[in-house]
Design a binder for this molecule. Structure first.
Ligand SMILES: [Ca+2]
Length: 354
């Protein structure tokens, strides 16, 4: 019962607060505008659609094969903050398609790491060794199109990555963007792979056989994250037979993310933080700081297990992401039940990433 209450009452903010440090490190602020606007075409036929609605919990295992990490539906969006996240569609018949989804990048979950850490998409994924690979937002601020081919001169997990094209990524941390990846065969046997953000073409590559034959056959698609916290909604795979840009996104979906919230007033019971990165210990989002209006705070993990409880005593409760034994909690979604001075109870959710 307690678990049911928690998930039913947890009003999960769509826009988590932003790690300024992570944003600066990624350089995403300084990225330039998209390289070209593209006319929007009429919606194509939908081949696969996941709105991630329904009860909170794991994403639909009949649709998704999550081979690494965790992907959870919370209030109708799919969240992950797993350091190594891989989710592939079980269906693999996608050839000339647009793969579109609503993306909010909540920030990188590690203060240091490789340039390629970030959020990516698979297109025409034949296997973990052979796929087109579209980097949507990387630590170094780039969007990139790559191809992974089995074997090759410098194999990584059984395949070699070849860079096909790159450009600055327009994806901003804390804002919602409509992402579309496209793979399309050409009459001459080459394959064009494109990335659109909010309806504009960002980067495109024509594969004429880099590292091996173009991947002209049908494959799966998927989403990948490396040390990134992000959420996804309204994923659609549509036929890319129609020429032109991706189908117009739903009104209000792209680029309409709420502005970065200001720090909450110190009396506000809820903490201004939503996204906690305690392992970094850099003073930014290391702890949830509840205001003095919070009489006491109890924090539960996603399974309903209590991990923390404290009374404010007029000074405000601080949860430093540690459980009662002092151990940093695992990465995941946590719910705080906050009893206010007027005895009313409010819930607040947090994504903890280490
Ligand atoms: Ca949804």
């Amino acid at each position: 019962m307690r678990k049911a209450w928690l998930w039913a009452s947890a009003a999960v903010a769509a826009a988590l607060s932003i790690s300024t440090a992570a944003q600066e490190e990624t350089g995403l602020r300084s990225t330039s505008a998209a390289i070209g606007a593209t006319a929007l075409s009429a919606p194509s036929s939908s081949l696969l659609c996941d709105a991630f609605d329904g009860p909170d919990g794991p994403v639909d295992g009949a649709v998704w094969d999550v081979t690494s990490g965790e992907w959870r539906k919370v209030s109708g969006r799919a969240y992950t903050a797993s350091p190594v996240f891989r989710a592939n569609t079980r269906r693999t018949e996608f050839r000339d398609v647009d793969v579109s989804f609503d993306l909010t990048h909540h920030g990188l979950t590690s203060g240091s790491g490789e340039n390629w850490h970030g959020i990516h998409m698979f297109l025409r994924r034949y296997s973990e060794y052979t796929t087109y690979y579209v980097s949507i937002a990387r630590r170094d601020g780039k969007a990139m199109i790559k191809k992974k081919v089995q074997g090759g001169p410098s194999p990584s997990n059984g395949g070699t990555y070849y860079d096909l094209a790159s450009a600055p990524s327009p994806v901003r941390i804390g804002q919602r963007h409509r992402i579309t990846g496209r793979a399309k065969n050409n009459a001459d046997g080459s394959v064009t792979v494109s990335l659109f953000v909010d309806g504009s073409l960002v980067v495109e590559a024509v594969d004429r056989g880099t590292g091996g034959a173009p991947l002209t056959g049908a494959g799966g698609t998927g989403v990948r994250g490396d040390f990134a916290g992000f959420s996804v909604d309204d994923l659609n795979v549509t036929s890319a037979d129609a020429s032109g840009g991706p189908a117009a996104p739903a009104p209000g979906a792209p680029g309409t993310g709420a502005p970065i919230p200001a720090a909450g007033a110190v009396t506000e019971a809820k903490a201004p933080q939503r996204f906690l990165s305690p392992a970094l210990a850099d003073g930014i989002n290391d702890a949830a700081r509840f205001g003095t209006d919070a009489e006491d705070v109890t924090v539960f993990d996603a399974s309903g297990r209590q991990v923390f409880h404290a009374a404010g005593g007029g000074a405000g409760v601080v949860w430093d992401c540690r459980d009662s034994s002092g151990r940093l909690v695992d990465s995941g979604v946590y719910i705080a039940k906050i009893r206010k001075k007027d005895s009313s109870v409010v819930a607040q959710s947090f994504a903890v990433v280490k």
